[in-house]
Design a protein around this ligand. Structure first.
Ligand SMILES: [Zn+2]
Length: 70
C-alpha cells in the first residue's frame, strides 16, 4: 500500500490533518484491485448530505450510532 492510498479521495487530506482516514480495497469486474480512502470529516459531510436527501434515514443512522461504543 502506498502513501497515496491514505489520502482522502473526497477532500485530499492526509491522516495527519484529520482524526482518521479509512481505506477500502475493492476488486473490479476485471479482477483489478482499486484502493480508495475517506476521512472522518467527509464521512460527516456524507451523513449530512444523505440526511438532507433522505430525512427518514437519519433516525436509522441515529440508532446505528447509538449502538457503537457499547
Ligand atoms: Zn476527506
Amino acid at each position: 500500500m502506498t502513501n497515496s492510498d491514505l489520502i482522502c479521495a473526497f477532500c485530499g487530506k492526509e491522516p495527519e490533518e484529520v482524526v482518521s482516514v479509512v481505506n477500502a480495497v475493492s476488486v473490479n469486474a476485471k479482477g483489478q484491485q482499486t484502493a480508495s480512502a475517506i476521512c472522518n470529516e467527509c464521512v460527516e459531510l456524507c451523513v449530512q448530505v444523505i440526511g438532507l436527501q433522505k430525512p427518514e434515514w437519519l433516525e436509522r443512522h441515529r440508532q446505528f450510532v447509538a449502538t457503537l461504543g457499547k
